[in-house]
Write a protein that binds this ligand. Sequence first.
Ligand code: SAM
Length: 243
Amino acid sequence: THFGFRDVPVGEKQKLVGQVFTSVARSYDLMNDLMSFGVHRLWKRHFVAISGIRRGDRVLDLAGGTGDIAALLRPVVGKDGEIVVGDINASMLQVGRDRMTDRGLVEGLRWSQLNAECLPFPDNSFDAVTMAFGLRNVTDKDKALADICRVLKPGGRALVLEFSRVQNEAFGKLYDFHSFNILPKLGKLFAGDADSYQYLAESIRKHPDQATLKGMMERAGFGKVEVRNLTNGIVAIHKGWKL
Ligand code: SAM
């Protein structure tokens, strides 16, 4: 059996997403490497490189999970900056915190267990909000986007890195095969958990495509929204400003 999220009430979905990430937290980093052939590291590095985030910025890394983006952002914001890693799942935050401590990265980092749909921060608090591979899991995405806009300072930016629509049909077929045949098998083999990775492939297919997400960001209050495809649109970066 797998998680048929289409048939599950909204509150239940949040609980199931929680379970998925609790069950994958420890194998999460290894699985990312296996599933994407390591390419997720390049996507994340590119995401931070084009973010426009600067020394001294205060950044919220939403759905920050095990801290990949925060670790890349740390040298960018420097010692005058601050990064708040926010995630709904305590196991993911714990793995992230341990890993960062091992790497000697603790200063200027805060960890906050939160739901992206109702952020526990005042209006106009951050220079930037980043969200990598997180929006897909949020039940009410419009609500989350509006709340991201609220906590940004005027002139601040939101950056969303997320799976999107592959632009080329032939490449799309290959990608589907990888997602629905290889991926659950990898999940079973390395994480003992095929269901969670089946959920992953399904959630990717259901996520709004480039143009839809752009429209959602505009409706949530963002201006000058830009979209960039990476790896033929397997993932896309959406950038928008709170004007
Ligand atoms: N950003 C990290 C990365 O790129 O490696 C982690 C991405 S992971 C695929 C998705 C994360 O979103 C999980 O850690 C999960 O707990 C978190 N998440 C899911 N729903 C959330 C919500 N409503 N609010 C905050 N975080 C959420």
